[in-house]
Design a protein. Sequence first.
Length: 208
Amino acid sequence: MSEGHREYAYHRAGLGCSHDYLLPKVLQIIERLKPCRLFEVGCGNGSVADVLHREGIDVQGIDYSESGIRVARESYPHLKLAVGSAYDDLAGKYGKFPVVLSLEVIEHLFSPREFASRVYALLEDGGSAIISTPYHGYWKNLALALTGKMDAHFTALWDGGHIKFWSPDTITRLLCEAGFRDIEVHRVGRIPAFAKSMIVVARKPGVK
């Protein structure tokens, strides 16, 4: 997570509660893609990068949060993680990768089209992006309204919190605009209509 108007703060290492439902599907997708290298945009405190490192993947990553990178370097000194922005010329600095991962980041960004462009540029031809974000759809939003939980869910009082709210349609349109193809949307956490998040896999055209 990173990069709204102010830094998203990290105080400790370790996985968060959202990883309980995100990581099983992410690892399943990565097993299918079989990358030897991966770049993580929004690596936070480094906990996911460490899981992938232990799976034998060479991981590099950036996060806008200085506290996140500080915790990551203290807890996982073997990882190659640095302070950086999703809007930076990441491909120019780090090269290209077969897979780019970005979990629960895009909902914090003011300029998602620029983010999508940077992720696209980071990928090798035929490479895949794996992007997750909280799921929003008609039935889930209706349930939030009927149960009086809209304010808690769309809270404006969370510093560094969510500023964009994505549905499968809007995130698919964004990625298609950026040039991605073969887009898959997987809903995770709860039953699909009330999913907590969605994980999107999108391919950059080129040699498979």
